[in-house]
Design a protein around this ligand. Structure first.
Ligand code: GDP
Ligand code: MG
Length: 243
């Protein structure tokens, strides 16, 4: 059974959600979250349309900067129409708290600090996540003075960026990388992952244990990567897997 499973998964790649460091972009509509998300992952991710059946209100991407890889989430990736602002923002913040190590709060330099920005900043300050403040649409150096007002949000130094002009993206990426806890494992992307699912009591845990008993377990169970699941990395014939 073990051989059969490993044969099935051998060409699969390690899924983007499982990279240990995750960053979420939060902000009010039209500040440029999706544009900066696309800029950071370096490719256009087609935004799924808003028709019925789209239930996931987030879009994942994979990002690489210097030697680090991380996952990035556009928390407002699929905007649900006619939702009150506070409800939508609360949903974004909930996703960020649940999934991200670092949260980017994105603002729009052209609008200055709005009361909605203040509301978001207040919510984010209540979380114990690392929060970076980025101010978008600084397309030109002549706009730079506008960013200083954003100190009033109390989220530290604002990072000036322009998602469309590709300005300041490197500074933002540096700040993201520096925000990561150095102890975290960053090399998961080279691993092959597979999951065992099934009804209660069919023997999922026993099967996983049987696999692990005959392979070398690299590290013990890693908690917190996904809810209600246990990820255990192991090695077999020189290849790394996670079950
Ligand atoms: P979201 O609602 O926060 O995801 O915002 P979008 O990424 O959809 O962007 C909203 C609008 O702002 C779009 O028309 C973008 O083209 C525009 N936009 C995004 N980034 C910039 C920027 O750096 N400069 C300017 N001038 N416009 C931008
Ligand atoms: Mg968007």
């Amino acid at each position: 059974v073990v051989n059969y499973i490993l044969e099935l998964v051998k060409d699969k790649i390690w899924g983007v959600r499982m990279l240990s460091n995750t960053v979420a972009i939060v902000g009010r509509p039209n500040v440029g979250k999706s544009t900066i998300f696309n800029r950071m992952i370096g490719e256009r991710v087609s935004i799924v349309d808003e028709t019925a059946g789209v239930t996931r209100d987030r879009i994942y991407g994979k990002c690489q900067w210097l030697t680090k890889e991380f996952s990035i989430i556009d928390t407002g990736g699929i905007q649900i129409q006619d939702q009150p602002f506070q409800k939508e923002i609360q949903a974004q913040v909930d996703i960020a708290i649940e999934e991200a190590d670092t949260i980017i709060m994105l603002c729009n330099n052209r609008d200055g600090v709005t009361s909605d920005d203040q509301y978001i900043a207040k919510l984010l300050k209540k979380t114990n996540k690392k929060v970076l403040l980025a101010v978008n649409k600084v397309d030109d150096i002549s706009f730079i003075d506008g960013i200083y007002d954003f100190y009033s949000l109390g989220l530290g130094d604002p990072i000036a960026v322009s998602a469309t002009q590709a300005i300041g993206i490197g500074d933002l990426m540096d700040a993201i990388i520096n925000s990561f806890d150095q102890k975290e494992i960053n090399s998961y992307d080279s691993m092959i992952s597979f999951a065992v699912i099934g009804r209660p009591n069919v023997g999922k845990s026993s099967l996983v244990n049987a696999i692990l008993n005959q392979e070398r377990v690299i590290v013990s169970n890693i908690e917190g990567t996904t809810r209600d699941a246990i990820d255990t990395p192991f090695e077999r014939e020189g290849k790394s897997y996670v079950v």
